[in-house]
Ligand binder design. Structure first.
Ligand code: WTA
Length: 648
């Protein structure tokens, strides 16, 4: 695209969706923003679109940093996603259109999904899982993942979904932190043609998880994977516990502020944080944003590519779209397996109308080339979304041109595991877009940019903060309210610190630049540098380690590590490979370092802080001097000295 980019960008800025799009859109004018000025009334209006057993007495009780939304209200999330649809013609509509990586397919109507969820909820109850018990879910992207989440929601047992790509040890730590009583998993899953050994990982994790009483195992292929071992008394096959489970399970009547789920995400220490989301406010934000941002209507076929292991999969694969009675496409595998056109095959096969993915995927599609989408009929698409990292204007344009065929509005949505739902986004057809900008706050959300003193920056760069509470906000960090306060609310009292840096232009548009803390964003996945560092120092050969991100044209960023070896260990290719594998074992493949530099010393400031900027420059090859001889202790010292000189 090169030279043309400027012209194309100009064209994109004046892009107007087709009249047909505007005519049928949920939001037709900027009035939505005006309505939201009465913020609490606005959120209450959305909350009323849910079904409640008992209405709330007060919309918001705000004692910073603790918020309670819809105080006194009672509801159940699974009832909102299923029962109320089953009472209407939606009962016959496809809720899930599922496709496995090997090509197997399953469809669940709302009626069928309701039945499965009820049966599984009954089964969990029979095993002794009670309201308030935590249940870990470690599954591939198969329908049982959504079924398990909704079944937990039905009986009031908070779920903690652990991404199926996490290692045995990562799973163990998350189970122990939440003290989960039961675990739902599968024998295997498929990814890029590989059999992912989920149950084997579970067996490793469960050697040290005393809280787990029951493990329920789904047979991915309808027959036991030959490598699976079942432990009598503890492990049960999913289909066995389902066999005589009651087809109706009375939903638990939950308080608006009862926990719906815990989801672990990376922070600035070695230990992941259990983000706590409650029921009423979270569901309200899920339905409000799904409806207005993705503009879902009865005839839409909606596909969000996220895995349920991440928050996007919670809010925009399960809770938001199902609460709206939408038809959701769910796909197990890699977007390019077995061919680079797999994604477009799926869009064409199901007639997908609304498609939500990450910039990483868009950049990969772009790299594979326009011939892959071109061979497919993508004319059903009417709206495109992106999330997870800043999108570069080139990728935005490519998406607009080759996937949206210059017809579809693009919503660039900024939010976080902690926010529960979308926070910055255009409203399609209403908010003017600028390629690369997540535009403006969703109605009812208040965001600002501040400098290090907390002063608002009207135009320019600063830290992105959220200045008033919102319904989907995290309520605490599981078991660590102090960390919740320190992490998010102490930098600017009463104001939520996002950890992101951003710019604001003269039109008031936000341009999120990325994390300003020690969190990396690798292919849209959050990875804490300290987590990788603790993994490395747990290896007998490593004395000290530092981890930084290096820019990458598809993944946004990759992990690069610096390691000081213990006496008696020497740098070698074998050790390098071993350390990479070691990180995969400790955390999962998403954290695999692209490079490990062996070094005799780490550059530190006088107060002992690692100079990450110097390391980043070394990792990117921008450092002053030669990096191949880092093992010589004088090299780092001299680099550091020269670096400090240029800083002045
Ligand atoms: C980044 C994912 C720019 C950001 C829903 C944030 C984005 C982190 C965008 C949260 C976007 C997410 N533009 N950056 N549209 N969306 N981010 O918790 O750095 O996995 O803090 O939630 O992703 O990642 P998380």
């Amino acid at each position: 695209m090169g030279k043309q980019l400027d012209t194309l960008l100009k064209e994109a800025r004046t892009f107007e969706p087709p009249p047909a799009f505007k005519r049928r859109a949920h939001v037709k004018s900027k009035a939505a923003y005006r309505d939201a000025q009465r913020r609490l009334d606005y959120w209450a209006k959305h909350a009323r679109t849910l079904e409640w057993y008992k209405p709330w007495k007060k919309v918001l009780d705000w004692k910073p940093p603790h918020a309670k939304w819809f105080v006194g209200g009672k509801l159940n999330a699974s009832v909102n996603c299923l029962d109320r649809h089953v009472a209407t013609a939606t009962r016959n509509k496809a809720a899930l259109l599922w496709e496995g990586e090997p090509g197997d397919r399953r469809v669940f109507t709302y009626w069928e999904l309701h039945r499965e969820v009820n049966r599984f909820a009954s089964a969990l109850k029979s095993l002794g899982v009670k309201r308030g018990d935590r249940v870990a879910i470690y599954l591939p992207m198969i329908p049982e993942a959504a079924i398990a989440m909704l079944a937990c929601a039905r009986i009031g047992a908070p779920h903690s979904v652990v991404f199926g790509g996490f290692s045995s040890e990562a799973l163990r730590d998350r189970i122990n932190d939440a003290q989960a009583k039961a675990l739902i998993t599968a024998d295997i899953g498929y990814r890029r043609g590989q059999r992912v050994q989920l149950k084997k990982n579970v067996d490793g994790a469960l050697e040290k998880t005393p809280s787990i009483e029951h493990v329920i195992v789904v047979q991915r292929d309808g027959k036991p994977a030959p490598e699976t071992r079942m432990k009598a008394g503890r492990d049960h096959w999913y289909h066995d516990v389902m066999a005589d489970a009651a087809t109706y399970c009375k939903p638990a009547i939950m308080d608006a502020e009862d926990t719906l789920y815990i989801l672990y995400t990376s922070g600035t220490t070695g230990k992941p944080k259990g983000i706590v989301h409650t029921t009423g406010g979270y569901m309200t934000q899920a339905v409000a944003t799904t409806k207005l941002v993705f503009d879902l209507k009865d005839d839409d076929v909606y596909w969000c590519m996220a895995d349920v292991g991440w928050v996007t999969g919670h809010t925009y694969v399960v809770y938001g779209p199902l609460a709206l009675g939408a038809t959701v496409v769910m796909y197990e595998g890699a977007p390019d397996w077995p061919e680079k056109n797999r994604t477009w095959d799926i869009v064409e096969r199901y007639g997908v109308t609304v498609f939500y993915t990450a910039p990483t995927a868009i950049r990969a599609f772009m790299k594979w080339g326009a011939e892959y989408p071109k061979g497919h009929d993508l004319s059903t698409l009417r709206l495109l979304g992106t999330v997870g990292e800043p999108i570069n204007p080139e990728a935005w344009m490519w998406y607009h041109r080759y996937i949206g065929n210059k017809r579809c509005p693009i919503v660039d949505t900024w939010w976080q595991t902690e926010t529960g739902g979308i926070m910055l986004t255009p409203l399609p057809g209403v908010t003017k877009t600028k390629p690369g900008s997540a535009t403006v706050p969703f109605p009812g959300v208040e965001a600002d940019l501040v400098d290090s003193d907390g002063q608002s920056v009207k135009v320019g760069g600063g830290f992105l903060v959220l200045t008033s509470p919102w319904p989907g906000m995290l309520r605490t960090i599981y078991g660590d309210d102090q960390r919740f306060k320190d992490q998010y609310w102490s930098r600017y009292p009463g104001v939520y610190f996002t950890g992101d840096g951003a710019k604001r232009d003269k039109d008031g548009y936000f341009w999120v630049l990325g994390r300003v803390d020690d969190v990396l964003n690798v292919a849209g996945h959050r990875i804490g540098t300290m987590e990788v560092e603790s993994a490395l120092v747990a290896h007998p050969a490593v004395a000290e380690a530092a981890v930084v991100g290096r820019p990458h044209d598809v993944k946004g960023e990759v992990v690069v590590a610096f390691a000081i070896l213990r006496a008696g260990h020497d740098p070698s290719d074998a050790l390098l490979a071993e350390l990479k594998e070691h990180v995969v074992r400790k955390i999962g493949a998403i954290a695999r370092p692209a490079d490990v530099f062996f070094t005799a010393d780490l550059p530190k400031t006088r107060s002992g802080k690692i100079m990450r900027r110097l390391l980043r420059d070394i990792a990117t090859g921008r450092a002053l001097g030669d990096v191949t001889t880092l093992a010589d202790p004088s090299v780092v010292a001299s680099l550091k000295q020269r670096y400090e000189e240029t800083e002045e």
